[in-house]
Design a protein around this ligand. Structure first.
Ligand SMILES: Cc1cc2nc3c(=O)[nH]c(=O)nc-3n(C[C@H](O)[C@H](O)[C@H](O)COP(=O)(O)OP(=O)(O)OC[C@H]3O[C@@H](n4cnc5c(N)ncnc54)[C@H](O)[C@@H]3O)c2cc1C
Length: 383
């Protein structure tokens, strides 16, 4: 090899070197949605030294993680509330393994269960031997992200940024917003709720369209709402269920549970929660907040009598079925022949999907959403 050829080769490799580096480590990743998955994706990208922008359609972070502040002397979760696994998932979400982050949790083990069935209130306290979960003591899922995740990513979030299109742009992607803005990026992680994808609210260029995306129509996305009410005195059990013991204990995604939301919490206040989710129509989901509270008060008055109205102080509603950009509770049954991970597999190494629907065994949970996002970040780092 003469010197000229050698210099030519060196020049060529120098010219091409940056693009090789670029392919291995993207310069910039755009995350769509700032819920549990989006926040976790951004947190881990940032930690890996990858520049990130988060585009969030609403004016707040959290998605289905939302805090009710100023209503009681303990913060309450308007969305996700329980830790549906060991508390060690908290450390895993922030990449600290099973480290104890010092977040106090409680064993949520209700002791008193009542069933309202055919006009009668029946005890079924033996359920206390079989039902146990974990909750936060004096914080919430919102408080967890606020403390451990948000400080690293807060200045990367753009609010009121409704993504409408994801298009191929050279080797990368251009993300189009409904206000006409366009963001060029190397890769995207899409963490919007299943409902957004099912409604076709985000369009894709042909080469970036997941080939089986129409199969998402076969995955149920539930409706749901929560109500919190404060009372001067406590007249309700730890858990109140409607229907026969048998019907309630059947394995079903639909749930309607009245529960003592102050259970195990550092408060003397009496706070009754109502959690309702279903894959079927929920008549109450179309009511205004005041109508919904009135309707719930009427229902429990039939069960407990006049003490309900006498003791009522105040109430709040979070109607997830009407929350813009979410429009429901969480994913439920999959009637497609395909697994959701097959339907939403990465496209062209440029478009990745995360969110609760991709949570696998932990589908429909906060930690499932977060873990699916961490998986995307790992795939991006390894690509
Ligand atoms: C009533 C209720 C109770 C629950 N209880 C629990 C519980 O106790 N424990 C538990 O672990 N889980 C619970 N869950 C489930 C849990 O809240 C979710 O699984 C999880 O929070 C979903 O996170 P995500 O990031 O996948 O989606 P989301 O939190 O929905 O985040 C998606 C984000 O994308 C944004 N977005 C949508 N469209 C666009 C667009 N076009 N452009 C830009 N941004 C967009 C949305 O505004 C949203 O902020 C509950 C959920 C509900 C509704």
């Amino acid at each position: 090899m003469d010197r000229r050829t050698f210099l030519g080769l060196t020049a060529a490799s120098l010219i091409h070197a940056p693009s090789i580096v670029q392919a291995r480590q993207p310069k910039h990743v755009t995350v769509i949605g700032a819920g549990s998955a989006g926040m976790s994706a951004a947190f881990h990208l940032e930690k890996a030294g990858i520049k990130v922008t988060i585009l969030e359609a609403s004016n707040r972070w959290g998605g289905r993680v939302k805090r009710l502040a100023g209503f009681s002397d303990v913060p309450l979760d308007l969305g996700a509330e329980w830790i549906h696994d060991e508390p060690t998932v908290l450390g895993e979400i922030v990449g600290a393994g099973q480290t104890d982050l010092g977040v106090e949790t409680i064993d949520y083990s209700p002791q008193t269960f009542k069933f309202w069935h055919k006009g009668k209130l029946n005890n079924f306290n033996s359920l206390r031997h079989v039902y146990e979960e974990v909750k936060f003591l004096d914080t919430t899922w919102y408080g967890f992200f606020e403390r451990f995740v948000i400080p690293s990513i807060e200045n990367k979030i753009e609010y009121n940024a409704v993504v409408s299109d994801v298009q191929s742009e050279g080797d990368g992607v251009s993300v189009h917003l409904s206000d006409g803005r366009k963001i060029e990026t190397d890769k995207v992680i899409i963490t919007v709720p299943l409902s957004t994808l099912q409604r076709g609210n985000i369009a894709f260029s042909d080469d970036l369209l997941p080939p089986n995306i129409s199969e998402l129509q076969n995955v149920d996305f539930g409706r749901g709402f929560k109500v919190f009410m404060r009372f001067k005195e406590r007249f309700y059990p730890d858990i109140l269920l409607e229907g026969s013991r048998w019907s309630v204990m059947q394995d079903t995604w639909s749930s309607k549970i009245f529960y003592d939301a102050a259970f195990g919490k550092p408060t003397q206040q009496n706070i009754l929660g109502l959690f309702t989710v279903s894959d079927r129509h929920l008549p109450r989901a179309n009511l205004s907040h005041s109508e919904m509270i009135e309707d719930v008060l009427s229902e429990i008055t039939k069960i407990f009598g006049s003490v309900v109205r006498d003791a009522y102080i105040d109430g709040r509603v979070q109607n997830w079925s009407q929350e813009p950009h979410i429009m429901g509770s969480y994913s439920m049954s999959n009637h497609s022949d395909l697994d959701v991970t097959e339907i939403l597999a990465p496209v062209e190494g440029r478009v990745f999907f995360a969110g609760e629907v991709l949570g696998g065994d932990a589908q429909s949970t906060v930690h499932g959403a977060a873990f699916s996002a961490i998986k995307c970040v790992d795939q991006i780092k390894d690509s």
